[in-house]
Design a protein around this ligand. Sequence first.
Ligand SMILES: Cc1ncc(C[n+]2csc(CCOP(=O)(O)OP(=O)(O)O)c2C)c(N)n1
Ligand SMILES: [Mg+2]
Length: 577
Amino acid sequence: MADASNMDGEQVDGATVLARALKAQGVEYMFGIVGIPVIEIAGAAQKEGIKYIGMRNEQAASYGASIIGYMTGKPAVCLVVSGPGLIHALAGLSNAKENCWPVIVIGGSSEQDQEAMGAFQEQPQVEVARPYCKFSARPNSIERIPFFVEKAYRQSIYGRPGACYLDIAGNMVNATVNEKDVWSSIVCPPPPKSYADPESVKEAADLLYYAEKPLVIVGKGAAYAHAEEAVQELVIGAQLPFLPTPMGKGVIPDDHELCVAPARSKALQEADVILLLGARLNWMLHFGMAPRFHPKVKIIQADICHEEMNNNIKSAATLVGSLDTVVNQLNEEIGRRPGKFAFSKAAPWWKILRGKIEQNQQSVQKMMSEKSLPLNFYAAYEDIQKLLPKDCMIVSEGSSTMDISRTMIPNYLPRHRLDAGTYGTMGVGLGFAVAAAVWCRDHAPEKRVVCIQGDSAFGFSGMEIETLCRYKLPVIIIIMNNNGISFGLDEDTWQSISESSDLTLTSPPTSLMATAHYERMVAAFGGTGYFARTPEEISKCVSTAMNKREVSIINVIINPMSLKKPQDFFWLTKSKI
Ligand SMILES: Cc1ncc(C[n+]2csc(CCOP(=O)(O)OP(=O)(O)O)c2C)c(N)n1
Ligand SMILES: [Mg+2]
């Protein structure tokens, strides 16, 4: 470390060196919770113009930072204290890793000369973070901090995006060095574009050209890559049936006639050629295996990551590269082919899919029209979705709440559905909502953020309603309250067993308090709460909340035994091998 007394020139402290390095790379947001030894880092970041969002739990802070990465393709920072602060943030690191989102977590850590002595909150933090990170490191001097920042930034967005961790020793935060000795880093350029092998592109075009039952699956990798224009050109140009994954929704609007989401199971089971665009054959797509997929299906994979190719089953064609460029290559190749594709709209494949879509729509229609109280999810969602603006950002988490919202709440724009994702993580919702709302405030002030959560999901990070109110972020939180994790007890049963027995022995492990008034919580911070049981009350509350620019909680009472359609409920278990 430089000795200040012997140096000419400006002295600069470690916090400032770090903040300037982050700013130089283009970091716009820092989420976190401060304490020893990172308070000065948050202050220095603000001084450089990085917006600091103080959260109530590091889990939510790390989720918030990572969703900025997904939405913008640039990492945000999550700033945490040593030991337990970092341990809480591992939630967001692992969630980002599984979802392939860029994020940089920065943890303060104990002083270097107290290493192994039992220092305050001492923890081998670089090692603790490493399993979830593409890069986990501790700068060895203040002067070299910018080198590490650039490397973390670059690693988070190059190749398959992911999480990075930087450990800042407590003694480096306030110590000063001579500014002229500080490492001057390059500003990380955007990820270089990569192209698929033209031979593979030809193979893929042939497979699609001769397919009788083609299907395109649009994943969140396509959304992340901003590939919507190329994907729309491909799907609409060749009139291919498509299916979005939950967060791939909106790359092509859900209401497009080529969307076969209501015939999902049938489409997966019978398709003979499937093109995967930024979607992985993991549990969400039943590993690409029979009986959920046709045993002879030919898979074409398009993905940024080599290692993802041929995962679980052997693909017929592998297109490795940036999603937008790869799809454009495919468009060009398809454009060179004469005549029509085998699967014109009159093809038997379309008849099969249309039949299934109609059948499914009828059964959904039936559930929507059952308006007896307490309402089922479909009936409640019908009234909610009518009032949501087409451009709003939907945050969604829960079990039934989330799965049914996938069908019932349409998305029209890419990167506008933020949900529990590949890791199925409950508790992400409010962190996502804070981040999405801050981003909207700064970049799309007319856009609303609507956060639809189960009553269990809301509870994981419920205190972030104070964060929303503190920063005046007018998020509408809709709690689909069915008294539990997927289901619960009705009010009378709850009342009677709570009076007559020891609930720790008798209440079903899924149950939460019956008809809890979550909406009352927000009044403590200046927001407005609404309680809605009937379709009329739902409509009134949603439209009132939409017309105000404040934090709202709408507590929607759902039948505690209202479940998904049977095929949706067992979609996960059936796929197990
Ligand atoms: C971090 C984490 N903890 C626990 C779970 C297990 N889990 C799955 S869904 C869920 C909550 C579902 O209940 P709710 O949010 O009320 O939605 P509902 O299905 O009732 O609509 C839980 C706890 C999880 N997925 N993630
Ligand atoms: Mg619930």
